[in-house]
Design a protein. Sequence first.
Length: 145
Amino acid sequence: MKPYATVVYLVIKAHASFRDGMAFPSVQTIATKAGISRRQVVKSLHALEAAGYLSRERRGRRNHYRVREKVEIRNPAGMPAAVATWDYLPSTFMDALDQLRGILAQGVHAPEAVRLVVIKSLNMNVQINARDGVQTVHLAAGGGE
């Protein structure tokens, strides 16, 4: 991700609703907070959508954004093997923090006792190296914890 797109992503993420992760800052608000031009914001929004870091929905005169977390998974040789994406939901962070505080208050320090991330929906693009090139397989799962 390029620097301007990163800043735009972070500004939108900072405006995400605690409850459902949706954000709806105006292009002008994003430009002001990011310290870049409106034109650069628009270009960055297109780049973020194309890269899968956010989705944009027009509602009336406003854009509503859904920020997505995206992590590249590498194989032992360091080559990209998969990409995992999920919707950013700030409310799950507080639940995880509360769980961690409770565990630490009980004096339990075992890593297996800590569940910090709840992913309710996960999309993965797995790259398989084949003789005739790279094949991408899309996997999607959701609905559970």
